[in-house]
Design a protein around this ligand. Sequence first.
Ligand code: PAF
Length: 280
Amino acid sequence: MKVINSIQELQSELSNYKKKQQSVGFVPTMGALHDGHASLMKKSSAENGVTVASIFVNPTQFNDQNDLLKYPRTLEADCVLLEACGVDIVFAPEVSEMYPEVDTRQFDYAPLDTVMEGAHRPGHFNGVCQIVSKLFDAVTPDKAYFGEKDYQQLAIIRKMVQELKYPIEIVGCPIVRENDGLAMSSRNARLSDEERKNALNISKTLFKSCTFANDHSVSETKAMVENAIKDAAGLELEYFEIVDGDTLQNVANWDDANSIMGCITVFCGDVRLIDNIKYK
Ligand code: PAF
C-alpha cells in the first residue's frame, strides 16, 4: 500500500493501473476510520482493480471551528486498517494541496441541501461538494463509495454527479452498527463512558419507531421519537424528520412516497451524532 500526498504523484501512480484497464474504486474519508469505513474499503477492493482511499479533514465543510479542531486525526492506525482491507493507495494531502487558493465555487442543490443538515450546518454541503469534486477530479474513479449514515450527503453527491456529468458510479453502503445498535461514527471516540451509554437511546428509539409506525401516523411517529429523545438522559435533539427518501422533503402520510426515511441529529454532551432509519 502506498501513501501519497500530492495529486501529481497520485495521478502518475494511477496511470499504471489505468494503462492495464484496471477499474478504479475510490473511498473518500476524513480519517479516524472504523468498521463502517472498513466495509466501504472491502467492497471497493472486491469490485475494482485498484482502490484509493483518501484521508483529508476538509476545513471547508466545518461550520464550527471547534468541531474541526477536535476532529480525531489517527493516520497511523488508519493506515493499518486500510492495508488490512486491501486498499492499494492512500491519498493523504495537506490542505494547501487541495486548496492552493480559496475555493469560491457555490453548489446549489436546493431543496436537497437546504433541509436537515443543510439547515443546521450552513455551508456544510457546499464544502462537501467542493472537496468531493476536487477529489473526483484528482482520482477520476470508476466507482465511489459512500456510507448511508450520511444519507443526505449521499443524495447530494448523487445529484452533483448527475448535474456535473461525472462518469462515476456512486455506491451507497448500509450503516454499520456496534453490537448494541449505535451507528459507527468517528465522533463516537469522543464520547465518555456515560455519554456512550446515553447515545444508545438514539438507535433504540429509531428501531422502536419502526414497529410503532406500523399502526401510527407519520406525525404520531415523529412525536414519539421527539419525546423519547427529549426524555432520555444526556441527549439533546437537534432535529428528527420523516422524509421522502429521494427528495428529502417531509411527508405527511406513509403513502406519500415509495421510500421513506427517518433522519435524526442529536447532541450527546458536545458530540453531535447523526443516524437514520428506513421506514419503507
Ligand atoms: O463523509 C465524509 O467523511 C466527508 O464528508 C467526505 C465525503 C469524505 C468529504 O470530506
